[in-house]
Design a protein around this ligand. Structure first.
Ligand code: AVJ
Length: 353
């Protein structure tokens, strides 16, 4: 597999057109942007500086975190992935009918386990499909390319190793395209973050292009809480992993046994809130800046928020951002929904305000 790091735009362009014509899987990196370790250090230092302490959940997906997340998706309590995959299994052919033979871009692809259904549906109708998984984890992308290229020889794979937003400038040249953002990952964004994300996405897409969005729906508290408190403790390890990553990459010496995972559903906010609760005081140095952080016994750090959605709220919200809903797909229990959206013609507003 060829790997191109820090490719300039022109090289990417060439990679993309080569990917359309053939060649094995490729991995490209659109921007030699900020050094990820520096970014992680900067974000952790500012998030941990004072209560309420919080860490950005996007940093949970290093190689270890991505592997742990894969394990979460296999837990019996974690219905999200299974439910979404079953919706895709039933409706992928219909989605392909509605979109036509568009290119596929998957934001936060990870190991792209659910992508099989889409690729199969695309390849039922055409000999080739161009698939561009976007992910911050290079390890996850390597795995994705390896397994997909073995199973789908008709798929032209170009993995894009970057943050979501860094991939947006590529979208116009990939039109006609369907951008997929699955797994209810959008639930990790706050309301304002979600609207700026959707506005920026819409602004980067051509009118008529498609957006397939997975959202986890509001449901009974017990079902939601169970999904984030699996009995095997994998979600707890996932919560601890961001601190393990600080030990690995930033030279901290945090006692991981002093961290308890807590995930609670707040019905008023309609969101899961995940905290790392410290049972022992921890003092550590955050390199490379050398800032000293003390977290007292009994204190907690918010590591993640997972918002849950109602169709009657999310559809108008997406409409305000420049997307019209073509069709909503759901499961029998109405636990999860896949929204097939279309970028509206015309200009987008520049901000969510
Ligand atoms: C990948 C953000 C969709 O919120 O369900 C799973 C991440 N965190 N268990 C989610 C997650 C803990 C997941 N998303």
């Amino acid at each position: 597999m060829d790997t191109f790091f820090a490719s300039p735009e022109a090289l990417i362009c060439r990679q993309l057109s080569e990917a359309r014509r053939g060649h094995g899987p490729r991995i490209v990196r659109p921007q030699a942007g900020a050094d990820p370790v520096q970014e992680f250090a900067r974000s952790s230092a500012s998030g941990l500086a004072s209560p309420p302490r919080r860490l950005e959940s996007r940093f949970q997906y290093d190689a270890q975190g991505s592997a742990l997340f894969d394990q979460i998706t296999a837990q019996p309590e974690y219905y999200l992935t299974r439910t979404e995959a079953s919706i895709l299994a039933v409706n992928a052919t219909r989605i392909r009918e509605l979109t036509g033979p568009v290119n596929l871009v998957e934001l936060g692809a990870g190991s792209a386990a659910k992508t099989d259904h889409l690729l199969r549906a695309w390849l039922e109708r055409s000999k080739r499909v161009c698939y561009f998984p976007v992910d911050v984890s290079l390890t996850a992308l390597f795995g994705t390319c390896k397994s997909l290229s073995a199973r789908f020889p008709g798929a032209r794979l170009t993995a894009v190793n970057c943050e979501y937003g860094e991939a947006f400038p590529l979208l116009a040249q990939l039109s006609p395209v369907m951008v997929t953002f699955l797994g209810s990952s959008i639930g990790n964004f706050s309301r304002p973050e979600m609207s700026s994300f959707c506005l920026a996405l819409a602004a980067s897409m051509r009118p008529g292009d498609f957006f397939l969005l997975g959202v986890d729906l509001v449901k009974r508290n017990a079902l939601l809480e169970a999904a984030y408190n699996d009995r095997a403790g994998v979600t707890a390890s996932f919560t601890r992993n961001i601190f393990a990553r600080m030990n690995r990459e930033l030279g901290c010496a945090i006692d991981l046994d002093s961290i308890e995972h807590s995930a609670r559903y707040r019905p008023e906010q309609e969101q899961i809130e995940i905290d790392a609760c410290f049972t022992k005081q921890q003092t550590f140095l955050l390199h490379p800046k050398g800032r000293v952080i003390t977290i007292a016994e009994g204190e907690s750090v918010r590591t993640e928020v997972a918002r849950k959605f109602r169709l009657e709220q999310v559809i108008p919200e997406l409409h305000r951002c420049g997307f019209v809903t073509e069709q909503v797909f759901s499961d029998e229990r109405r636990w999860f929904a896949l929204l097939l959206l279309r970028r509206l013609p015309g200009y987008c507003r520049q901000s969510g305000r």
